[in-house]
Design a protein around this ligand. Sequence first.
Ligand code: SAM
Ligand code: SF4
Ligand code: SF4
Length: 331
Amino acid sequence: MPMDLLGRGLRDLRISVTDRCNFRCRYCMPVEVFGPGYAFMPREELLTFEEIVGLTRIMVPLGIEKIRLTGGEPLLRRGLEDLVAMLAAVDGVKDIAITTNGVLLAHHAEALALAGLSRVTVSLDALDAGIFSKMNGVGAKVERVLAGISSAQAFGLPVKVNAVIQRGVNEGEILPLARWAKSTGVDLRYIEYMDVGETNGWKLDEVVSGDEILAALAEEFELVPRAAAYRGEVAAHWTHADGPAEVGVIRSVTKPFCRDCQRLRLSADGKIFTCLFAAEGHDLRGILRSGANPEILTEVVRSIWTVRTDRYSEERGQVDRPRAEMSYLGG
Ligand code: SAM
Ligand code: SF4
Ligand code: SF4
């Protein structure tokens, strides 16, 4: 298995299936930038499902065993269930997850479960109708996301919820989200607001740190720490002393975890990115469409991984370089 220059193996592959989204969360796709005139990728630029599966196959021998489908909003990609079924049939793929805003999940949960999806992560930043509607930028209703979560659970899919907390926007939702998650048995992870891309106008003082979030939780809940389940688990976790649900914090800003980062991202147009904060990817689609055989593609990925030195979150503030948008390279 290849190691990068900081001794990190390759284990997780995040596949972006579209750069489009039906939300306009300010921290990700602010509407002033991603407005009606925004040029999303033309269809022919997108990897086909066969190409995505072909690239996954060539990465399994390098260590990939976990896949996450993301975007943009992955449920906007027509036939996503078929892709899940195709990936589930790849030898060596042990886990297939999806990250979604959840608004279309109720329509897809059964088909996704039948196709072999292992789990779902739903992004939900607020339960308050007004805050949720404002944060998603399009007035989407929180009930639809909650219905999506219930539907996924009903079809046997384990659900985790991710909440990005931004100061002045939704820090008042920390406790309501925790109460709701505990009562519904959903694992909840709070994410520190990050400086992804170049359009969200990120400011450090808008980051609510993981420690602040934990302090707020400690006022109401008795939480017991649990050890990391595997190397590279990005969230630090706690369980409720009186219930099974877990609470986690992803402290990418205040406690970066680059030294264990085993993730590779594949953008919807077939570029691989070795870091969420990279400016440029490496074009695999061009090599694939030129007719290269799988062995060559495996060697290309191996050679990219073995020279990897990314550790942006640990260098934050010391380096200033361009960053691709998260909706494009895959969150
Ligand atoms: N549209 C899907 C969704 O929202 O779940 C998948 C793609 S989205 C880019 C993936 C995750 O990135 C979401 O959980 C979202 O909240 C998170 N995210 C986006 N922008 C972020 C930011 N600036 N800081 C922290 N997390 C962010
Ligand atoms: Fe869309 Fe997800 Fe970005 Fe929100 S976070 S704009 S739902 S891609
Ligand atoms: Fe991995 Fe880059 Fe995030 Fe560090 S900043 S954890 S290297 S994706």
